[in-house]
Design a protein. Structure first.
Ligand code: SF4
Length: 135
């Protein structure tokens, strides 16, 4: 049996608590607070203690879904991205770029949030960007 602790940062809010994932035979089985992390100093809230659960959840989406006639149908990434790009293009042509808004989340990384706002401004052409931390 191979067991190791992998350091990471909790992604559930912007506080950024340090955690250690307990990994047994390549599978994350628990989350522990990082005692030496300057933000949380060995403490976690209830969300942090359960951080590992979504990784192996059967409810986790692992591939894109397209809603067709009221039902979600599995598809591949190429088709999903093409469909999304086509719909963005149609909406922008008909209503303008400010008809689209991009909402991001504290549950993704700073780098992903940065890319999302860059995508909104540079690719879509709108400043309509907001974040769940403001709600
Ligand atoms: S453990 Fe709680 S307070 Fe710390 S980052 Fe996660 S959600 Fe935020």
């Amino acid at each position: 049996m191979e067991c190791k602790l992998v350091p990471s940062v909790c992604s559930y809010c912007g506080t950024g608590c340090g955690v250690l994932f307990e990994v047994i035979n390549g599978k994350i089985v628990s989350t522990l607070p990082m005692k030496t992390h300057p933000v949380n100093e060995g403490k976690l809230c209830i969300k942090g203690w359960n951080l590992h659960e979504h990784v192996n959840s059967f409810m986790r989406l692992k591939q894109p879904l397209v809603k067709t006639f009221g039902r979600f149908i599995k598809t591949d990434w190429d088709e999903a991205i093409q469909l999304t790009a086509d719909r963005f293009r149609e909406i922008i042509e008909k209503y303008g770029p400010d008809s689209i808004g991009v909402l991001v989340s504290a549950k993704i990384t700073n780098e992903e949030n940065y890319l999302a706002q860059k995508f909104a401004r540079a690719a879509i052409g709108t400043n309509n960007v907001d974040h769940c931390a403001r709600l």
